[in-house]
Design a protein around this ligand. Structure first.
Ligand SMILES: Cc1cc2nc3c(=O)[nH]c(=O)nc-3n(C[C@H](O)[C@H](O)[C@H](O)COP(=O)(O)O)c2cc1C
Length: 232
């Protein structure tokens, strides 16, 4: 007798976390207890790394240091100070297939905000919020020791995702901020960071403001067949 196909099981704890996490760009004005935040970092560091080298540093930026950093970054961006990244993030030039994904992500963001395509001022205002860590209660700068290659960045990336999911599990939200990596020298100077560290990205973390239109931004992923194939 033919047995019916088993139903796909409901999302378990991990799947549900991964599905509910999304980048959050507006936060409640409510602090994150430092003991809770440190617990997230300890959990994130359980991420694996090649030879267990555990690359990277997390710098929580607060008070006057945060003000200094945000002001310096906004100034550089407004003044169009030439950017000199520590590492290349995006392919240059961006292939058309990837460009389409980038445009779709931008449309999701600006669509949620109601910022029209040609509204340069509206887009600029949102972009500048990157440099204020979206006013999140926790502002992080993430660096990596200069001598690491792509493998170290991969390890650190796993740790970053683990941090985001650990936050999600505690009802917290986050957004990685690659925009910071456009001005590594300014970040190092404002925070007196060691010259031996490369600026990888920033991260905002805190309690989501569920009423903020920007947090309605949702993105989709490529179908499985676009990135997974069986070779025999
Ligand atoms: C390393 C990294 C850097 C990012 N940099 C930025 C950024 O500078 N500004 C921003 O608004 N979003 C940034 N994002 C968020 C991405 O746009 C977002 O992850 C992507 O569109 C998928 O959406 P989701 O996170 O809501 O699933 C970054 C994400 C990652 C992983």
């Amino acid at each position: 007798m033919l047995r019916p196909e088993p139903m796909a099981p409901a999302a378990d704890g991990f799947e549900a976390l991964a599905q509910s996490r999304h980048s959050v760009r507006a936060y409640l004005d409510r602090p994150v207890p430092s003991a809770l935040f440190e617990r997230l970092l300890v959990t994130a560091r359980l991420a694996p790394s090649g030879a267990n080298l555990q690359p990277g540093h997390f710098w929580a930026v607060e008070g006057a240091a945060r003000e200094r950093l945000s002001a310096a970054l906004s100034r550089a961006w407004r003044d169009q100070v030439p950017q000199a990244e520590d590492y290349g993030y995006f392919p240059r030039p961006m292939p058309m297939q990837l460009r389409k994904r980038q445009v779709a992500a931008a449309q999701a963001l600006y669509g949620a905000l109601g910022v029209a395509r040609g509204d340069e001022a509206g887009r600029a205002a949102q972009f500048e919020r990157n440099f204020r860590f979206f006013d999140a209660p926790v502002a992080l700068v993430i660096t990596i020791e200069r001598d690491f290659g792509a493998g170290g960045f991969m390890d650190l990336g796993m740790c970053l995702h683990a941090l985001m999911l650990a936050a999600e599990a505690q009802g917290l939200a986050s957004c990685a901020i690659g925009a910071l990596a456009s001005y590594p020298q300014i970040v190092r100077e404002a925070l007196c960071l060691p010259a031996t560290d490369l600026v990888v990205c920033g991260m905002a973390l805190g309690w989501e403001d569920a009423q903020a239109p920007v947090n309605r931004t949702r993105t989709v992923r490529e179908p499985l067949a676009r990135y997974f194939q069986v070779l025999r």
